[in-house]
Write a protein that binds this ligand. Structure first.
Ligand code: DAU
Length: 349
C-alpha cells in the first residue's frame, strides 16, 4: 500500500493505524514540507512493514520508480497543502502540489495500472482524500451530501476541487479504479500547530492572546483523526469504485464554543498560578477573507453502505487532544522550530 503525505497529520494517523491494526505493508511517500515530520511516525517506524521515501509527488520519474520497485496494490493519496490561511497568503504551492501533483500521480498510476495482470487490476485502487470545503459554505441549516454541487471559495478549496475533478476524469476516461472521500475538520494528536485547536492550546499555555476570527460564530464539524483513518481504510477495502464518500464526526460547533471548551479543560488540568481563567486571553481578531460560514457533513452514505461510524465524541476527543499536547510540548517545539512561530496567517491586505 502506497500512502502519499504519510508524514503529515492525517497521513501519519492513517499509517499508524495501518501498521498497528492491519497486515499491510506501507510505503510512505512524503516530501517533508514544513507540515510533514517523521517524528509523527515514531510509534511504528521500526516495523518491517513500513518503508519511507522522501519524494515530491510532482516528480514523474521518481514516482514511476516507486511504483516499479514496490508494486503497490493500492494508493491512498493524502499529500496536499492543507492550510486555508496559507493559501490566502500565497497559492502557488497549492496549485503545484494539489493540482499538478495529483495529475502527476494519476498519470503514473494509470500507466502502472494498465501494465498489471487482470487479477491485480481487479484489486488495484486509487483513493483520493479530499475535503468538505469543495462544497462551499452552508447557511444556518442543511448538510453537505455527496451530490452537493461544488462551490469552492478559497484558493485551497479550489485546488482540492480541481484535484477531485481530475480524479473523476481519470475514472471515466481511463477506467482507473478510483474512490474519493471528502472529510470535515480533523483534530487530534500530531496536528501541525497552525490549525485552530493546536493554536488555541499553545497560545493559551504561552499566556498569549487566543485569536478568534470574526465573531467566532462560524461552525465547523469536528472529526477525530483516528476515526477518519478507520473510515479511509474502510472505503479503500469496501467502497464501490468510482464512488464518493463524505466523512464527518456529527460534531457541529461554533468556533467560540470549541475555544471556550479548550480553555475550561486547561483550567482544570493546568490551572494558572494566579487563578486567572484561560478564557480571559480570548481576543476577537479581523476575520479571514472569504471565511466560510458553516460546514456540516451528512455522513449517512458511509454509515449505511459501509457500516462506519465515528467512535469518539467531541467531549472525549478534545480532552484526549488537549492532554496529548500538554504531554508533547517537545514535539510542538521540534516541528515548528525555524519555520513557524504561531503568528497570524492569511489576514489578507
Ligand atoms: O473542513 C475540512 C478542512 O478543515 C480541511 O480541508 C482543511 O485542510 C483544514 O485546515 C480545515 O480548514 P479550516 O479552515 O476550517 O481549519 P482551521 O483550523 O484553519 O480553522 C477552523 C476555524 O477556526 C475556521 O472557521 C477559522 C477559525 N480560526 C482558525 C485559526 C487558525 C480562528 O478563529 N482562529 C485561528 O487562529
Amino acid at each position: 500500500m502506497l500512502v502519499t503525505g504519510g508524514a503529515g497529520f492525517i497521513g501519519s494517523a492513517l499509517i499508524r493505524y495501518l501498521i498497528k491494526e492491519t497486515n499491510n505493508t506501507v510505503i510512505n511517500v512524503d516530501k517533508l514540507t514544513y507540515a510533514g515530520h517523521l517524528e509523527n511516525l515514531e510509534p511504528i517506524e521500526n516495523s518491517d512493514h513500513y518503508h519511507f521515501e522522501q519524494v515530491d509527488i510532482c516528480e514523474y520519474e521518481a514516482m514511476k520508480e516507486i511504483f516499479r520497485s514496490y508494486k503497490p496494490d493500492a494508493i491512498m493519496h493524502l499529500a496536499a497543502e492543507s492550510h486555508v490561511d496559507r493559501s490566502i497568503d500565497g497559492s502557488v504551492e497549492f496549485i503545484r502540489t494539489n493540482i499538478v501533483g495529483t495529475h502527476n500521480l494519476l498519470e503514473v498510476a494509470k500507466e502502472y495500472y494498465l501494465g498489471l495482470a487482470d487479477q491485480k487490476k481487479k484489486q488495484f485502487r486509487f483513493l483520493h482524500v479530499s475535503t468538505d470545503e469543495v462544497y462551499g459554505e452552508l447557511g444556518e441549516v442543511g448538510f453537505f451530501k455527496e451530490t452537493t454541487p461544488y462551490d469552492p471559495r478559497s484558493p485551497y478549496s479550489a485546488s482540492k476541487a480541481s484535484s477531485d475533478h481530475l480524479v473523476r476524469a481519470w475514472y471515466h476516461t481511463y477506467d482507473l479504479p478510483v474512490l474519493i472521500t471528502n472529510c470535515s475538520n480533523n483534530y487530534g494528536p500530531y496536528q501541525f500547530p497552525e490549525k485552530l485547536i493546536p493554536v488555541v492550546i499553545l497560545k493559551a499555555l504561552q499566556g498569549k492572546d487566543i485569536p478568534v476570527y470574526g465573531s467566532g460564530e462560524n461552525v465547523r464539524d469536528w472529526l477525530y483523526v483516528d476515526d477518519h483513518a478507520r473510515a479511509l481504510y474502510k472505503v479503500l477495502e469496501e467502497g464501490a469504485v468510482g464512488e464518493t464518500y463524505n466523512i464527518g464526526g456529527h460534531n457541529e460547533k461554533q468556533n467560540i464554543e470549541v475555544v471556550e471548551t479548550i480553555c475550561s479543560i486547561l483550567d482544570n488540568v493546568q490551572p494558572q498560578d494566579d487563578d486567572k481563567l484561560y478564557k480571559e486571553q480570548i481576543t476577537f481578531v479581523t476575520d479571514r477573507p472569504g471565511h466560510d460560514w458553516r460546514y456540516a457533513i451528512d455522513a449517512s452514505k458511509i454509515e449505511e453502505k459501509l457500516g462506519w461510524k465515528p467512535e469518539e465524541t467531541f467531549d472525549s476527543g478534545i480532552k484526549k487532544t488537549v492532554q496529548w499536547y500538554l504531554s508533547n510540548i517537545d514535539w510542538c517545539q521540534a516541528v515548528t522550530e525555524n519555520n513557524y512561530g504561531l503568528e497570524r496567517l492569511g489576514a489578507g491586505g
